[in-house]
Design a protein around this ligand. Structure first.
Ligand code: NAP
Length: 242
């Protein structure tokens, strides 16, 4: 069986992606770091719609925890493999660089960028051997345009965009596609401290995006129909930046 693993699948955009891919028929592996209640809620919603899901908690920023989790999953699933990987787990810790502490730089790089590396390298081998895989990295407008107050986050997301393009060329011959999705402002816990009323005046569509809208794009990139799209960064930002 081909499984879909969504990092940070307990809440926000990741949760919507879990539901979207479950609807496409994939059994879902919901990763999270600490919020078990939210992860269980996502699992329940998938099951209520007739899908299947399991929880796989680990900190994407901890290379050993990633290795251990994937090893124990593989031992429990000898006939299955993870064909779809959605690198969605992410954090932001905004401050102007002049005030930025080592911890704020390192935590954001470790979770967003190193997390992508630790998990992706572990799952590549099966995708290459089975000659099918989809890797979709959730990046950000911040990694394309750069946003003040987010040098750490912009750097991490821009680095993932570079890695997406490089990896796509490494694995294309084995029918593994690697793409990035770059949202603008999406209504989730991550953006709840932002002044939506103020910011939406900057957005041509006049509103924040919904997690389900990002999930629909991810669902397309994960599908058979998207087999010839690879190494791309697709923006979804209501026209905020093109
Ligand atoms: P969110 O609502 O804050 O949810 C974050 C998710 O990531 C949660 O499931 C959380 O798990 C998980 N997570 C955080 N750190 C983790 C770690 N070290 N290991 C494993 N899981 C971890 O965020 P969101 O808005 O849905 O964002 C999802 C992705 O989209 C992120 O990569 C973000 O950078 C990107 N993005 C968001 C926006 C936006 O406007 N919202 C815009 C552009 C890009 P717990 O529930 O256990 O904490």
């Amino acid at each position: 069986m081909k499984y879909a693993l969504v990092t940070g699948g307990s809440r926000g955009i990741g949760k919507a992606i879990c539901l979207q891919l479950a609807e496409a028929g994939y059994p879902i592996i919901i990763n999270y770091v600490s919020n078990k209640d939210a992860a269980l809620k996502t699992k329940q919603m998938i099951e209520e719609k007739g899908g299947t899901a399991e929880l796989l908690p680990f900190d994407v920023a901890d290379g050993k925890a990633v290795d251990d989790a994937i090893m124990s999953w593989s031992e429990a699933h000898p006939d299955d493999y993870i064909a779809l990987l959605i690198n969605n787990a992410g954090i932001r810790m905004d401050t102007m660089m002049v005030f930025m502490q080592n911890e704020q730089w390192n935590d954001v790089i470790n979770t967003n960028l190193n997390g992508f590396f630790y998990i992706t390298r572990r799952l590549l081998k099966d995708m290459l051997t089975k000659r099918f895989g989809r890797i979709i990295n959730i990046v950000s407008l911040s990694g394309i345009k750069g946003l003040p107050g987010q040098t750490n986050y912009s750097a991490a997301k821009a680095a993932i965009i570079g890695a997406t393009k490089a990896l796509a060329q490494e694995v294309g011959a084995r029918k593994v596609t690697v793409n990035a999705v770059a949202p603008g402002f999406i209504t989730t816990d991550m953006t709840k401290d932002l002044d939506e009323a103020d910011l939406k005046s900057l957005i041509p569509m006049g509103r924040f995006g919904k997690p389900e809208e990002v999930a629909a794009l991810v669902g397309f990139l994960a599908s058979e129909e998207a087999a010839y799209i690879t190494g791309e960064v697709i923006s979804i930002n209501g026209g905020l930046y093109t």
